[in-house]
Ligand binder design. Structure first.
Ligand SMILES: *[C@@H]1O[C@H](CO)[C@@H](O)[C@H](O)[C@H]1NC(C)=O
Ligand SMILES: *[C@@H]1O[C@H](CO)[C@@H](O)[C@H](O)[C@H]1NC(C)=O
Ligand SMILES: [Zn+2]
Length: 579
């Protein structure tokens, strides 16, 4: 086959035109000019030469066209990226397609927007992802994030560990090895499954104390993260401190600073100083802004002086990483998670959910804008690990023919999450000494009317809350869902495909993909060697040991089937058992 750059069209194309002219002349002669009858034999000869040449040239032209077309970027041909570049990967934990419909309609209702008004996410929709794990059709966030970080399927509960319990190198670790700067920004605990999967390895996700030490660098690779913002401070503080949830007395904030060079901030004021540019950002930087989760956005907006928003954290992280890579030929890799869309799903709380998705959408939009303005090439890819709640934007409430509607106005009247109201109820119910109708009235006024915006609570509904205040979060959320005619099929996760979003440069993820393809995209975009990191981890495993996990090895004990089952009930402690 001739090389595509040979000038086939220029020289031979001309002779093709000439031979066609000649053939036409011959045709003329044959059909209309008796005078030239004596030249017929010669004419046939030329005509055959002409046809033959034309056939050869047509074949060559088809081949050349085929080669040229193959060189064009298309869906079949993977996009290649070269030069300095940044990659932002966003995860909307537990956000399925119905969450988008719910939030889009809610936002239109609340702000009086036209029916064609869409979310920023909607404008960047490119495909969908299949989410099953190695051992179940319904994944959890640990197996889901392992598919992104390692590009491999594993079992529910696995933190970048394969089914044979060996660690797999992650895209963040490989990015660090390749010279990129790296960051993690989340609204839940930094030790929770999604962030954990990028910078630690544990046989079961509940080993959050172990994950905290690994994330600051106490594991075979040393420190691989340059910036971490989120909640989960309790796993970094020794059990002798108030606000700790560690089982031991190790101070991971101290370990981070003394052994691994981290700068540490733990409050909104210090964050604001950095945000305003008043304090120079020194990396590595660990920012822990809540003991456990940062509050749901619906509640956080009233505590803005205590907790930064996802968008603010994302922007500060982007600027810090951009500045830190200014003189480097490598950019950065940043993972940003809207972590608590999942929690709103577990709690079946539609009002908390729409505010979480809107906050995530704002963060997404701000990343798009950042990348557009940046002088460095960059791509944003966003997806979910799975859907949570089996959310449906319609609900049949009784045996009658279903109504074709749901009521966003009910959600617009809710001012607090069910989680927040339940926590407040439980902290106040014992000390307020009310009984009977007075207690019922107090709950109705303070929580149902003021908190949920529900003015028509029935006696039975209020009695359920009084009887089981510990699980009142479920009752509060259910009262809202029924009135809004929003359906839920589970307090856990579901197996529905989730959406993939991306900016220019992410076309390799168009269409329907396995979640591991998303992981492959990340490593391919950055052009980093994840397998080399896996080898380094396995080699390092032999020499690395930490005192109190010596028996189990540095990735923690290998869980029993029972342990893995209990991992699936992971959020129970947040909401109590479902009624
Ligand atoms: C705190 O941790 C130490 C081990 O580091 C342990 O001996 C002690 O029992 C723990 N205390 C509590 C209250 O859990
Ligand atoms: C929302 O609250 C207002 C004021 O209390 C009330 O008039 C309205 O009916 C409520 N809307 C819905 C859909 O419940
Ligand atoms: Zn979940």
């Amino acid at each position: 086959m001739p090389p595509a750059n040979e000038p086939l069209f220029t020289s031979e194309g001309r002779s093709s035109i000439h031979s066609e002219e000649r053939a036409a002349q011959e045709d003329d002669a044959l059909l209309g000019n008796q005078r030239r009858r004596s030249n017929t034999t010669r004419g046939v000869f030329w005509r055959e030469i002409g046809l033959f040449t034309w056939a050869i040239l047509a074949t060559v032209a088809v081949i050349v066209l085929a080669i040229l077309l193959k060189c064009q970027p298309s869906q079949n041909k993977p996009e290649k990226h070269t030069g300095k570049r940044n990659l932002v990967f966003m995860v909307s934990d537990g956000m399925g397609p119905a969450s988008l419909s719910l939030t889009r309609s809610f936002r239109q209702y609340q702000n009086g927007l036209p029916i064609d008004d869409v979310l920023v996410l909607d404008e960047h929709f490119i495909g969908s992802s299949r989410t099953r794990s190695s051992n179940s059709l319904v994944t959890d966030s640990a197996a889901g994030a392992t598919a992104f970080s390692c590009g491999k399927k594993s079992y529910n509960g696995a933190i970048s560990i394969l089914p044979d319990h060996t660690p797999c190198g992650t895209v963040l670790e490989a990015a660090k090895r390749a010279g990129y700067m790296t960051g993690l920004v989340v609204t839940t605990s930094l030790t929770d499954a999604t962030p954990a999967c990028f910078a630690s390895h544990a046989n079961i996700r509940s080993e959050e104390d172990l994950i905290a030490q690994q994330e600051v660098g106490h594991y075979p690779l040393g420190r691989v993260v340059d910036l971490m913002f989120g909640g989960g401070r309790c796993h970094f503080l020794p059990n002798t401190t108030s606000g700790s949830c560690r089982a031991d007395n190790q101070d991971i904030t101290k370990l981070a600073q003394d052994e691994y060079g981290w700068n540490y901030i733990d409050n909104r004021q210090d964050f604001d100083d950095i945000k305003a540019g008043g304090a120079a950002v020194k990396l590595p930087l660990l920012g822990l802004f809540a003991d456990y989760n940062i509050p749901f956005e619906i509640d956080r907006r009233n505590m803005d002086d205590v907790y930064p928003s996802l968008e603010e954290m994302a922007q500060v992280a982007l600027k810090a990483l951009e500045a830190a890579t200014q003189d480097s030929d490598k950019g950065f890799f940043l993972m940003i998670e809207g972590s608590r869309i999942d929690h709103a799903g577990h709690g079946n709380d539609p009002a908390a959910q729409v505010h979480e998705v809107m906050a995530y959408d704002r963060a997404f939009g701000s990343v798009v804008e950042f990348l557009e303005k940046s002088h460095v090439d960059g791509v944003l890819v966003a997806t979910s690990d799975h859907e949570t709640g089996g959310l449906a934007t319609a609900r049949q409430l009784d045996a009658h023919y279903p109504e074709y509607l749901w009521y966003p106005g009910v959600l617009a009247n809710v001012s607090s999450s069910a989680e927040y109201l339940a926590r407040r109820l439980n902290s106040e119910i014992d000390s307020n000494l009310l009984e009977g109708d007075k207690l019922k009235n107090w709950i109705n006024e303070e929580f149902v009317k003021n908190g949920l915006g529900i003015l028509d609570a029935s006696d039975d509904e209020l009695q359920l809350i009084i009887d089981q205040p510990k699980v009142s979060a479920y009752y509060f959320a259910d009262m809202v869902s029924r009135r809004a005619q929003i359906g839920w099929s589970t307090h856990g996760h579901s197996a529905v495909d989730v959406n993939i979003y991306g900016t220019a440069g992410s076309s390799n993820l168009r269409g329907n993909h396995e979640n591991t393809n998303v992981g492959e995209f990340l490593r391919e975009y950055l052009d980093v060697d994840v397998d080399a990191v896996t080898k380094e981890l396995i080699k390092g495993s032999k020499s690395f040991n930490i005192a109190d996990t010596e028996e189990a090895g540095w990735t923690g004990r290998i869980p029993s089937e029972e342990d893995l089952q209990s991992v699936l009930r992971y959020h129970e402690e947040l909401y109590g058992k479902a009624p």
